[in-house]
Design a protein around this ligand. Structure first.
Ligand code: NAI
Length: 333
């Protein structure tokens, strides 16, 4: 890694960014030695608010932060970027159809993909958070043909962390002892949280999750639906969408991608599909991956039973439909 990493965060005046920025300043993303220069991008109406965020970064007295640029200028934000976290997106408003949301976001991510292509470092690593995250990531990647496709990912780590926590709560263990749950597919309610390859570290050794939690009905029912609908449950309770947990998941995703995952550990990342597990290339699909030397590898050879096949097919189909709808709006140019 270079002496100072140029880190772009879009949607920088928003809720997630208000946690994320300070986690990055503390070193949660790239470790306690890596200095960062932050490029905080939002829309022109929010630049005044960004000045307040800047003051708070200064007041936090973070030794790792060398400089902060607050801007609504996309060229200024993306020039020389090493890491880009695309959080800013058009939120769903009352009365908005799903198609309207796809349309509004497709145009944002088309422009940002082009800007990444034109101005960012060619080795830039991109994480798309703004929803619909998988399809926004696909659009940005499509409009950045000079950047390797593998450098585009989307966030499903929040879902992964939620799944781990639900298993830990049910089993009565610490979340650090739960390993290798998987989120397959879309960051939406069709995602498939899968416990079957996971295990729990117990005092007597490793045990498959299915042996520790014998309630198969829960594992194949409530566990899956709780994780799938967790975002909506947080909104219902808090009146705002998940922010601090999303920020934590973003730092987990980037840290593992850049610094590597522990031996034998799977994490879930939305990555360009490549035919693995029968998912055709051309969509951004959440898979189990491991990371080493700044690269991820999709875990191969896991057995997929019929129950899982059906669940994976539902989320695959949704992603193909989202892709078709989004590209209709942007045109293929
Ligand atoms: P927020 O509404 O608090 O903030 C969004 C910010 O983005 C606003 O400051 C807005 O002005 C800005 N923005 C809008 N268009 C922009 C553009 N073209 N360029 C730069 N900035 C722009 O929203 P919040 O809570 O921070 O969430 C952000 C996104 O993350 C939402 O789309 C949300 O659905 C998504 N999300 C994704 C999760 C995931 O796991 N993938 C989890 C939680 C949220």
């Amino acid at each position: 890694m270079s002496d100072v990493a140029n880190v772009v965060i879009t949607g920088a005046a928003g809720q997630i960014a208000y946690s994320l920025i300070f986690n990055v300043c503390k070193g949660d993303m790239f470790g306690p030695e890596q200095k960062v220069k932050l490029f905080l991008l939002d829309i022109p109406q929010m630049v005044e608010s960004l000045k307040g965020v800047l003051m708070e970064i200064q007041d936090g007295a973070y030794p790792l932060v060398t400089d902060v640029v607050c801007t609504a200028d996309i060229k200024e934000a993306f020039t020389g970027a090493n890491y880009v976290i695309l959080v800013g997106a058009m939120p769903r408003k009352d009365g908005m159809e799903r198609a309207d949301l796809l349309k509004a976001n497709a145009s944002i991510f088309k422009v940002q993909g082009k800007a990444i292509n034109d101005y960012a470092n060619k080795n830039v690593k991109v994480l798309v958070v703004g929803n619909p995250a998988n399809t926004n990531c696909l659009i940005a990647m499509h409009y950045a043909p000079d950047i390797a496709k593998e450098n585009f990912t989307c966030l499903t780590r929040l879902d992964h962390n939620r799944a781990k926590s639900q298993i830990a709560l049910k089993a009565g263990v610490n979340v650090k002892d739960v390993h290798n749950v998987i989120i397959w597919g879309n960051h939406s309610s069709t995602q498939y949280p899968d416990y079957r390859c996971g295990y729990i570290n117990l005092p007597g050794g490793k045990q498959p999750i299915g042996n520790v939690i014998s309630d198969e009905k829960w594992l194949q029912g409530e566990f899956i639906s709780t994780v799938q609908k967790r975002g909506a449950a947080v909104i219902a309770a808090r009146k705002f969408s998940s922010a601090a947990s999303a920020a934590k998941a973003i730092t987990d995703h980037m840290r593992d991608w850049v610094l590597g995952t522990p031996e034998g550990e799977y994490v879930s990342m939305g990555v360009p599909s490549d035919g693995s597990y029968g998912i055709e290339s051309g969509i951004i699909f959440s898979y189990p991956v491991k990371c080493q030397n700044g690269k991820y590898t999709i875990i191969q050879g896991l057995s997929i039973d019929n129950f899982s096949k059906d669940k994976i097919e539902i989320t695959r189909k949704e992603l193909v439909e989202e892709k078709e709808a989004a590209f209709k709006f942007v045109g293929d140019n």
